[in-house]
Structure formats: structure tokens, C-alpha cells
Design a protein around this ligand. Structure first.
Ligand SMILES: *[C@@H]1O[C@H](CO)[C@@H](O)[C@H](O)[C@H]1NC(C)=O
Ligand SMILES: *[C@@H]1O[C@H](CO)[C@@H](O)[C@H](O)[C@H]1NC(C)=O
Ligand SMILES: *[C@@H]1O[C@H](CO)[C@@H](O)[C@H](O)[C@H]1NC(C)=O
Ligand SMILES: *[C@@H]1O[C@H](CO)[C@@H](O)[C@H](O)[C@H]1NC(C)=O
Length: 426
């Protein structure tokens, strides 16, 4: 089976519980997505809560998120320099290195409160969909600015597009990125922890206390933000953020009303993006000690703009200004996230009853080896991965790479997801 062969060659072997071919498939793809997303973005001068306009109603908040869960003690080399970073990549891809199961050396309790930086925006008054909240999780390699391009925002900003469609939207910096906390990159920043954070953000938002329970940093005084209480929550993800969103409905099938998983597909081919060697990683702080001064041991970042292009963009479907933007907003990823990629999944995802939209760029390199045509079986995805889902569809965005929001024709892709959601009353 290709996935097994690939797994072995990459030393990302899955544990026995994932030996089911469907799950192998699933986790494999997911992993690819994750890796595919792993490029970083942060920035020298972080934008304000509303980078693109002062007319929209947004507030930037610091959300206290308390979690109590377990993480895994992984056996892996430490990364405290560029030499270590290359050694780490070599270790992950050396065929005789321990597989995933053999890399686990016990569990660790993570009982902590993290500061998570978020941006909540509500559409203009009178929108019929303002009660539907899109909760967007960005992928590896970036922070929440992935969703909200400050360059040509009309053509690229997902936040603007969602607001124009009448949705409310919450974006946040994944733990370890942007303005969120950056705890231990080995033992704390892992998939299970990120899924719990997403769950807590979801619960807080549903309770109507998201803003009142948080520290308000900047943005609009619109009263609707302080009191915002959604009636429905759709989880939107990109790459690693899609893995987290699917991880959420896997563990907590009733906590979401709909999933839009972008840069994500359950494929049946070997995935180049799973090979961490394609990412061109360096130790974040050594790569740029100004941008990544808060990122300590164990944080990796793509070394060059060309590395970012390889992972996220396809020649012919991106403007140079957007590659510049991607490079500017790059963010580190924690080694603990790589090691734990497969642990976000189990068998319960099958119970999710909402609609699932899977969106992938036709030329996604990390997920499809550069060409997604013929790499997946929609019937298998529907019947075996999301058997209880109300509706499942795959949208292939033409001539586009992994970085969907950074590619030309991006808004036409957003529209495809919005239209899909509307069919389910979302
Ligand atoms: C991991 O490797 C060990 C041998 O070191 C083997 O017994 C085990 O089956 C492997 N696990 C998987 C999931 O391949
Ligand atoms: C596994 O963890 C234990 C402590 O819990 C430690 O003594 C041991 O050295 C670790 N194993 C390896 C291979 O590092
Ligand atoms: C939106 O409506 C609220 C009351 O329903 C009002 O206070 C606020 O000024 C309105 N905002 C805009 C931009 O019209
Ligand atoms: C833009 O995207 C839409 C939606 O996927 C698609 O129908 C259209 O063909 C695309 N346009 C180009 C020029 O690729």
C-alpha cells in the first residue's frame, strides 16, 4: 500500500490504532496538509486588529484559554541552532530512526492557561448571517494574518470575503505563533493541546462571553462585538488548521455545525509534503533574531522565500506582492507539532453530522505532489471517513497551490465554500 511505504520511508509510521487503511489514508493526508501548511508568518510590525479597513467592526482580544489534557513525551533531538535544525530534519527522515510508536516515551499532563490572541469581526448591521460564526484556524508557517491579507485585501482577504457574505468571523494565532503564548515547543505545543484550545475558543464563543472574558487590545467599540453570541459555528481551517478542525469533530463530534477544511484532502498517493526535508527549515531564532526573538528552543522556520514558494505557491497563480506578504508573515512551527501530527485523529470523526467541505488547490505540492486530479476517491471519503455528515464535497481550486488565500482567483474559491454552506442553511 503506497501510504505504508511512504510512511516507512518518512519515519512517520502510524501506531497500530491507525493501521486501518482508511485511517492511514486519512492521517496521512492530514499530515501532509499539516506539513504543507507549516510555514511561518509573524511580523515585525503586527497589524492592528483591522489591518485593511477602519470601516469594518473588529476587535483584537487576548483570550485566556485554560486546558487540562495530556501531551506525549517524544524522543527527538533538541533544536537550538541551524545545525541542530538540519540534524532534526535528518533524524525525522532517516529510515532507521524510531517510528512514531517507538518515539513515544510516556505522557505529560498539560494543565495551563494560555493567552491566545484573536480577532473577532461582525458584518455590517442587518446581515442575516451575522449569527453564524466562522472560527478560522490557520496552518503551519503562518499566523492569523493568513486569513486577512493586508495586500490587495479585496482580492485576497478571507476575513473581508466572509464579512461581505454576511458572516461573523473569529481568527486567532495558534499557540506558538503570532501574539499568542509560545510555551515549550517539545512537550506543550502538540496537536492534542491545539485541539483543546480550539474547543475552548468554541465554547467561549458559544456562551457569548468571548469578548467579556478577554482582554480587549484594540479595535472597534461596536457594542455588537462585546455581546456577540453566535447561533451556529462553522470551523474553517487551512492545512494544519484543517487538521485541528477535523481533530475537533473527531474528538467532539457535536461541537461544530460545519467544517470547511482547506489545503486538506484525503488522497491515496504518496505525499511529498510529508517529507520535512522539502520545507527548508532553520532554527527560527537564528534565522531571524528580531522576528523570532520570542521563539526559543525547538521552533523551526522556513529559511528562504523560495522555500515558502515551494510549499505554498504555484507559478502563474500568484502575484509577487503576495509571495512577499507570505514571507513577511511567516511564522515558526514547534517540533512537538510535527511529532504529534497523527495524534489528533481517532475513529469518532465518523459521528460528525454537519456538512464538510474539503478544498484543495489543483497544484498543491505537499498534498498531491503538485497535481490533485485523480488522487482521491470521493465515494470513499463520503462513506468511510464522514459517513454521518449531512453533505460532503471536494472543491478543487484551479491552477492553485497550497496557499489558497495567497493565490490569484482566491475569492472565487471562497465563494465555492460559502455556496456549499448555504445549501445546509449556513
Ligand atoms: C515500529 O517499529 C517497531 C520496531 O522497532 C515495530 O515493532 C512496530 O510494529 C512499528 N510500528 C509501526 C506502527 O509500524
Ligand atoms: C524515557 O523517560 C524516562 C523518564 O520518564 C527516562 O528515564 C528515559 O531515559 C527516557 N528514555 C529515553 C530513551 O530517553
Ligand atoms: C448597529 O445597530 C446598533 C443597534 O442595533 C447601533 O447601536 C449601531 O450604531 C449600529 N451600527 C451601525 C454601523 O449602523
Ligand atoms: C476561479 O475559480 C473559480 C472557482 O473555483 C473557477 O470556476 C474559475 O474557473 C477560476 N478561474 C480561473 C481563471 O481559473
Amino acid at each position: 500500500m503506497p501510504t505504508q511505504r511512504k510512511m516507512r520511508s518518512l519515519h512517520l509510521n502510524i501506531p497500530q490504532s491507525f493501521n486501518n487503511p482508511i485511517l492511514s489514508h486519512f492521517t496521512f493526508t492530514t499530515m501532509a496538509s499539516v506539513l504543507a501548511c507549516i510555514v511561518a508568518l509573524l511580523c515585525v510590525k503586527r497589524g492592528k486588529a483591522s489591518p485593511t479597513t477602519n470601516t469594518r467592526s473588529c476587535v483584537e482580544i487576548e483570550v485566556p484559554v485554560s486546558i487540562d489534557t495530556t501531551a506525549i513525551k517524544w524522543l527527538q533531538p533538541r533544536v537550538d541552532s541551524n545545525v541542530d535544525a538540519v540534524d532534526w530534519v535528518t533524524y525525522q527522515t532517516t529510515w532507521t530512526s524510531p517510528n512514531m510508536t517507538d518515539s513515544m516515551n510516556g505522557t505529560i499532563t498539560v494543565k495551563q492557561t494560555f493567552k491566545i490572541n484573536g480577532q473577532l469581526c461582525v458584518p455590517p448591521n442587518g446581515s442575516s448571517r451575522s449569527g453564524i460564526l466562522q472560527l478560522a484556524s490557520h496552518g503551519g508557517g503562518f499566523d492569523k494574518r493568513y486569513w486577512d491579507a493586508e495586500v490587495k485585501s479585496k482580492e485576497y482577504s478571507y476575513v473581508d470575503a466572509a464579512l461581505a457574505e454576511g458572516y461573523s468571523i473569529l481568527t486567532y494565532d495558534r499557540l506558538g505563533t503570532g501574539r499568542s503564548d509560545k510555551p515549550n515547543a517539545y512537550d506543550v505545543i502538540q496537536l492534542n493541546v491545539q485541539v483543546e484550545i480550539l474547543r475552548q475558543l468554541t465554547s467561549l464563543a458559544r456562551s457569548g462571553k468571548l469578548v467579556s472574558a478577554s482582554k480587549r487590545l484594540s479595535g472597534s467599540r461596536d457594542d455588537r462585538l462585546a455581546k456577540y453570541k453566535p447561533s451556529k459555528i462553522v470551523h474553517v481551517g487551512h492545512s494544519l488548521g484543517s487538521i485541528l478542525s477535523v481533530g475537533l469533530i473527531t474528538k467532539y463530534p457535536t461541537e461544530s455545525d460545519g467544517i470547511v477544511a482547506t489545503g486538506f484532502l484525503h488522497t491515496n498517493i504518496p505525499l511529498p509534503g510529508l517529507n520535512v526535508a522539502t520545507w527548508g527549515f532553520e532554527f527560527a531564532r537564528q534565522n531571524n533574531h528580531v522576528l523570532f526573538k520570542d521563539h526559543g528552543s525547538g521552533f523551526l522556520v522556513q529559511a528562504t522565500k523560495s522555500n515558502v514558494q515551494l510549499s505554498f505557491l504555484k507559478k502563474g497563480s500568484f502575484e509577487p506582492a503576495l509571495l512577499d506578504y507570505a514571507w513577511k508573515i511567516r511564522q515558526p512551527i514547534a517540533v512537538g507539532e510535527f511529532k504529534s501530527l497523527l495524534t489528533a485523529f481517532g475513529t469518532k470523526g465518523a459521528k460528525f453530522k454537519g456538512p464538510v467541505h474539503l478544498v484543495i488547490g489543483e497544484n498543491d505540492y505537499g498534498n498531491c505532489g503538485g497535481d490533485c486530479k485523480g488522487t482521491y476517491d470521493l465515494n470513499m471519503i463520503k462513506t468511510q471517513i464522514y459517513p454521518a455528515a449531512k453533505d460532503v464535497a471536494v472543491h478543487i481550486q484551479p491552477k492553485t497551490g497550497h496557499g489558497l488565500t495567497l493565490s490569484t482567483n482566491a475569492t472565487a474559491g471562497y465563494k465555492a465554500s460559502f455556496d456549499f454552506l448555504h445549501k445546509s442553511g449556513l
